[in-house]
Design a protein around this ligand. Structure first.
Ligand code: ME8
Length: 512
């Protein structure tokens, strides 16, 4: 039976331009989506933009345009960024779309119908930058002696009528969820953080605002717009066609994985399951939080002028080198630093040298000594079997790594095989066999070509364009690129195209 895999990115606020942080989560989600497609699963991959709320309203005001027009422009920019990064989303949801508005309102009615919403008045701290309410006890001292949010965001005292969600009723059920399903929330450190936060006690949550208008009207009370997080989280259901039970995409619910940044784990691991419990809707299988990027050791910020547009990096280094770097540099889930030096090093050592050279050496030997024809697979020596054995287990090994969102470990597993191939080619020395034993030379090259096919197949989710080129050069047809297809060796005798370098070494312009 085909398994379904539904993966989401956060929907990004349209208050500013997309940067490498947004691209990061989207790339990781894309790698997961592509991996599951190649594994034969039925995949639905959702991304989009979060367009309501006071933060967006204010950004539009500053720009001097109407919020919808402002949102249209920035949302288009996010979509262009996703396209430039080869994000293979199946749908791009915008929270200003009628389908989303209707769906978020239906979710509200359902939660309210089950008695989990009541009208009262909110009085307390609100951080606009985080679009988040904070308790007095959560505030910390800011640089100028003023209290700020734990994230450093300024807070203001808000007092207005508000609908409340009975979050406090869900404390025990949430704790039971984390306890019974340890896989629901990762990485481990984040899980501990959320568990101890919930254990401290949950207050009911203000879920509507009256002091501004840029939001989805609360059903039955036009004075209120929904709190932007109630609106935003509903996107994961609205894109599937909720509340229509016959909408074909509803079969993808519950989501397999909500990939988010660590800044918004709280909303996804506490509020979202509580809203769903209140609505009587099945819970997502997993929420995983990625770590935070700094730039050359510094926090990314407009005032420091160090905000990196991923498209600029792509123009300089190439798309796949950037996709590879962000997932390779630091174990997925941890914080990472984007430094030019590290990016160039990864590109030159691991892509150009370890993998690119291996392919180039093998393919040029085949071109020069075998007429560019894929040799037959014949009997294998112990060394051959050992190497190919390492390749054969890759799909299974990587499936287990992906299951725990260990994307960096998955890359390391592939790199172990690449290093083994490099040791094998040096040890077997097919260039020397050319003079002494042509048949053995062909066998060695065939083993290397098979290993490279396995490697390139498994790396497709990470580096789709360059691995497609590598598979072209290895004579692997489009329909032979799934993980299952690896079980069938290619027939010998295929004419391979002339080899071409895939990963150029990067040389700093001043050194040229
Ligand atoms: O929070 N490092 O949107 P947002 C790593 N609209 N990831 C980063 C990053 C960085 N420096 N900066 C941003 C919102 N991100 C809400 C989400 S979902 C229902 C609503 C990534 O535009 C990371 O995934 O502030 C983070 O969670 C997300 O962008 C925040 O995007």
């Amino acid at each position: 039976m085909t398994r379904r895999f539904y993966v989401t990115t956060p929907i990004y606020y349209v208050n500013g331009a997309p940067h490498i942080g947004h691209a990061y989560t989207s790339i990781a989600a894309d790698v997961m989506a592509r991996f599951h497609r190649l594994a034969g699963d039925d995949v639905f991959f959702l991304t989009g933009t979060d367009e309501h709320g006071q933060k967006v309203e204010q950004a539009a005001q500053v720009a001097g345009v109407a919020p919808k027009e402002f949102a249209d422009n920035v949302s288009a920019n996010f979509r262009a960024m996703a396209d430039a990064m080869a994000i293979s989303y199946d749908d791009f949801i915008r929270t200003t779309e009628p389908r989303h508005i209707a769906s978020a309102q239906a979710l509200w009615r359902k939660v309210a119908g089950n008695g989990a919403i009541y009208l009262d008045a909110y009085e307390g701290w609100y951080a606009l930058r985080d679009e988040c309410f904070y308790g007095e006890d959560e505030l910390v001292d800011g640089p100028d002696g003023k209290k700020v949010a734990p994230t450093g965001a300024p807070v203001e005292w808000v007092k207005e009528p508000s609908y409340f969600f009975r979050l406090s009723d869900y404390q025990d059920r949430l704790l039971a969820l984390y306890e019974q399903h340890p896989e629901f929330l990762g990485p481990h450190g984040m899980r501990n953080e959320i568990v101890s936060f919930v254990k401290q006690g949950l207050r009911d949550l203000s879920i509507s605002r009256t002091s501004f208008k840029w939001g989805i009207p609360v059903p039955g009370d036009n004075q209120h717009v929904m709190y932007v997080w109630f609106d935003a989280l509903a996107n994961y259901l609205s894109a599937l066609g909720y509340p229509d039970p016959d909408a074909p995409r509803m079969a993808f619910w519950p989501a397999s994985l909500h990939l988010v940044g660590k800044d918004i784990a709280r909303f996804h691991a506490i509020y979202w399951p509580a809203f769903l419990m209140a609505a009587g809707i099945e819970l997502p299988k997993k929420v995983f939080a990625n770590g935070w990027w700094t730039i050359e050791g510094q926090k990314m910020s407009k005032s420091l002028g160090n905000v990196v547009d991923p498209r600029e990096l792509v123009a300089e280094f190439g798309l796949d080198a950037v996709r590879f770097f962000v997932l390779r540099e630091v174990p997925f889930g941890g914080d990472s630093d984007l430094s030019r030096k590290a990016l160039i090093m990864r590109n030159n050592v691991e892509l150009a040298n370890d993998l690119g050279n291996l392919a180039q050496r093998t393919l040029s030997l085949v071109a020069r000594n075998c007429g560019g024809i894929l040799p037959e697979r014949r009997s294998l020596t112990e060394d051959d079997q050992k190497l190919l054995g390492q390749v054969t287990v890759l799909p299974q090994l990587l499936a287990a790594q992906f299951e725990r969102c260990a994307l960096t470990d998955a890359l390391e597993d592939v790199w172990k095989v690449i290093r083994a191939c490099n040791a094998y080619i040096d040890h077997q020395a097919p260039w020397a066999l050319r003079k002494t034993d042509v048949e053995r030379m062909a066998d060695v090259l065939r083993v290397l070509l098979d290993a490279l096919r396995g490697i390139a197949t498994m790396l497709q989710p990470f580096m789709p364009h360059s691995m497609a080129r590598m598979l072209d050069q290895l004579g692997v047809a489009e329909d032979e690129r799934t993980f299952a297809a690896l079980e069938t060796p290619l027939p010998g005798g295929r004419q391979l195209p002339p080899p071409q370098g895939i990963f150029p070494r990067y040389v700093e312009p001043e050194q040229v």
